[in-house]
Design a protein around this ligand. Structure first.
Ligand SMILES: Nc1ncnc2c1ncn2[C@@H]1O[C@H](COP(=O)(O)OP(=O)(O)OP(=O)(O)O)[C@@H](O)[C@H]1O
Ligand SMILES: [Mg+2]
Length: 251
């Protein structure tokens, strides 16, 4: 008998294969996953295990060969625009300024732009962008660009964000500042987040739960609950890191 999940978001029995130069490779097979409202789940796994592919499926950008994506039980497989998705190589349009870049999904959806502009203006200080509204991407630092992309993702969606390595390619200081900032944003705006990352410390800092993924075909192999940060002692942090590292020697 089929059991239908009523989670905020669930993936059930997902298989995804790609045909490349005449041969089929199964990237994900029988993948099951769910997340509840207000959870922050990080996905960690080796390069090429299918993390980005999985987020694309959740975002409805690609279709699974088998299985279903649900939100509160409703089938949302292949439906875009329901969840906020920030791809691994999210690009801002170089000819648009900060405000125009953030407004783009609003325009594409045909929503009222003056109302959205007011909402964006109110959010700018929280995203630390109030002084860069007229700047074009080449005039912004890497950290600022990521914040513009995050605000754009937020404006595009409900309160569910799928973030594919949003803080990669930043220097470690900027990265650690943005991790703290992201934590504040998520708490302030009461977001539900799925974050793909290679950074174990980042996952421990930000998540309530870490899902480890294996390769060939990709699937979730282990789920680790992260205790509340204030109660997280150094020894526990080291233990968590060792558990994750033991699964992936390459990380
Ligand atoms: N459109 C496609 N056509 C063919 N193969 C693809 C396609 N998209 C992804 N793949 C393959 O699927 C596998 C998983 O790719 P994916 O980008 O999901 O990995 P990942 O876990 O996000 O890796 P990374 O950590 O490096 O970002 C890779 O072997 C990749 O080459
Ligand atoms: Mg990826």
């Amino acid at each position: 008998m089929e059991t239908r999940s009523k989670s905020l978001l669930s993936a059930e029995g997902i298989r995804k294969s790609f045909l490349f130069r005449g041969s089929v490779s199964t990237v994900l097979d029988n993948v099951n996953f769910s997340i509840e409202e207000g959870e922050f789940v990080s996905i960690i796994g080796p390069s090429g295990c299918g993390k980005s592919t999985f987020l694309e499926l959740l975002a409805g950008i690609t279709l699974p060969d088998k299985g279903v994506i649900r939100s509160y039980g409703a089938d949302i497989t292949g439906k875009t625009g329901i969840l906020g998705y920030m791809p691994q190589d999210d690009l801002l349009f170089p000819w648009l300024n900060t405000l125009q870049n953030i407004l783009l999904p609003v325009k594409v959806k045909g929503r009222n732009t003056s109302q959205a502009t007011k909402q964006i203006e109110a959010l700018l200080p929280l995203f630390g962008l109030q002084n860069h509204i007229g700047y074009h991407p080449h005039q912004l630092s890497g950290g600022l660009k990521q914040r513009v992309a995050l605000l754009r993702t937020y404006m595009n969606s409900t309160k569910v964000l799928l973030l594919d390595e949003p803080l990669a390619n930043l220097d470690s200081l900027t990265r650690s500042q943005l991790q703290t900032w992201l934590k504040t944003i998520v708490e302030t705006l009461k977001l539900t987040v799925i974050l793909v990352t290679h950074d174990i410390d980042e996952a421990i800092l930000l998540s309530n739960r870490i899902e480890l993924m294996s390769k060939n075909p990709g699937n979730f192999t282990r789920s680790i609950k992260v205790p509340v940060q204030t109660a997280l002692e150094d020894s526990l942090q080291i233990e968590l890191k060792n558990i994750i590292k033991a699964e992936f020697l390459e990380l």
